[in-house]
Design a protein around this ligand. Structure first.
Ligand code: ZN
Length: 429
């Protein structure tokens, strides 16, 4: 089924709305509402000397201060709530691995819109009412499990809510229920794929699609999961502070992630100067939540590095796109005066024969001199020395710095059920 046909089958998908200028057109109403309902933003805008009713275009918006994660933390637990508590039907929370978590309140309308966006994402990936969808992300305070579940139900497919972990049970469900769609983090997708390969049970499975998200993952990792499982996979985007997963997904063209611009306004900024960048330029993604009620956000800095694309996609969808996430501004490695994103390393590995998708970066400093060691898994049977040499050469020519490369045995770097940590900075401050 074509994407537009799948989308057209959803009565609540308003195809005519979705272009970037429509998002801009929604801005005045949003500014009026956020000033009226959010004590946090009323104070913030007043302090910045911004008159909310004067913010009517993207150009006006560029003058408005950003919202940061630190402000959200500072507002813990419900300081950014913008509706009377009686209207809040649910909260979710970020993991809070560093400091206090962020609590996000949702109204019934927020929950509905999120389920719509998720159903739209699933439809774009080709999921239909006839699919059986295994949802392996975590449930509970985290947004992922619940978010996927609601979208699967909204679409009318069958959710199999296994949650994370317990590989035995996952495979049993997959076999016995004939799961057709697997949802998870890409690391967990790879872990399951390798286990399926090891047991030689692929032929007994009915898997046809994979939807992976919640961490940046390279083309090579996606390719590997697709090759082992013989499925098509899709990259779903989202973050807890906005709704959760499902605010965008790539289509079958796999040339960037479509996002739902009838609910969200995306801008790209220079992460250092804060200047707004043009479509096509690489920078940090900043999101304004045009229709969110419980905790609306104005110019929220995501720290995700990408580019905005407004030209039409070959799939025919009217929704604009961003590139798949290249990295995070906080993952940016500064070494020898060069800024490197892990996304660039993925890119180099993709073009290097014999190198797998799995790697780790170790930064050390010795006598004031920085060294980057790339540990990468070689494909089985590859000549390690040749692969190391090719990696080194490709990084030098593509990124412009000389690094040390060590090729390790395939499967020796840790796989994770959640997010794989790849950069280890052991330099002392
Ligand atoms: Zn497309």
């Amino acid at each position: 089924m074509t994407v537009s046909k799948a989308l057209a089958e959803l009565p609540y998908v308003r195809e005519e709305i979705g272009f970037h200028d429509r998002a801009e057109a929604m801005l005045p109403d949003f500014m009026e509402r956020i000033y009226r309902t959010s004590p946090f933003y009323r104070e913030k805008l007043d302090q910045a000397g911004i008159v909310s009713t004067n913010v009517r275009t993207l150009e006006d918006l560029a003058q408005v201060p950003f919202t940061t994660k630190a402000e959200l933390r500072h507002g813990y637990p419900l300081g950014l709530m913008a509706v009377p508590e009686a209207e809040v039907v649910r909260i979710h929370s970020s993991s809070g691995t560093t400091g206090k978590p962020i609590i996000v309140p949702y109204t019934q309308e927020d929950v509905n819109i999120w389920a719509d966006m998720m159903a739209r994402s699933l439809a774009m990936a080709g999921v239909t009412r006839k699919d059986r969808v295994q949802v392996t992300p975590g449930y509970g305070l985290w947004t992922a499990g619940t978010g996927f579940q609601a979208g699967v139900e909204r679409l009318g497919a069958m959710a199999i809510p296994t949650g994370p972990g317990n590989t035995e049970k996952q495979l049993e469900m997959m076999l016995d229920l004939g799961t057709t769609v697997l949802i998870g983090t890409s690391s967990y997708g790879l872990l399951l794929a390798e286990e399926i390969q090891k047991r030689g049970i692929r032929e007994k499975l009915k898997l046809r699609l994979g939807i992976f998200g919640s961490e940046r993952w390279g083309e090579k990792m996606r390719q590997r999961i697709e090759d082992i499982l013989q499925i098509e996979s899709f990259d779903i985007y989202g973050l807890t502070e906005i709704y959760g997963p499902g605010i965008g997904i790539d289509c079958s063209e796999h040339e960037g992630i479509h996002f739902w611009s009838d609910h969200l306004l995306f801008e790209i900024i220079d992460p250092t100067t804060g200047r707004t960048l043009s479509p096509g330029e690489e920078g940090e993604l900043v999101i304004t939540t045009l229709t969110k009620e419980g905790m609306p956000l104005l110019r929220y800095r995501t720290h995700d590095i990408t580019r905005l694309h407004l030209q039409p996609c070959r799939c025919g969808s009217p929704y604009p796109r961003i590139d798949r996430i290249l990295g995070r501004t906080d993952d940016m490695i500064k070494i020898k005066g060069v800024n490197i994103y892990p996304g660039q390393i993925d890119h180099v590995l993709r073009m290097t024969d014999g190198a797998s998708s799995e790697y780790k970066i170790v930064l050390t400093r010795h006598q004031g001199k920085d060294t980057l060691l790339l540990k990468v898994e070689g494909e089985t049977g590859a000549n390690r020395e040749e692969v190391a040499h090719a990696c080194q050469h490709n990084i030098k020519s593509r990124i412009g710095i000389l690094v040390d490369v060590e090729v390790v045995t395939f499967g020796s770097l840790p796989r994770s059920e959640k997010k794989s940590r790849r950069v280890f900075d052991e330099r002392e401050e």
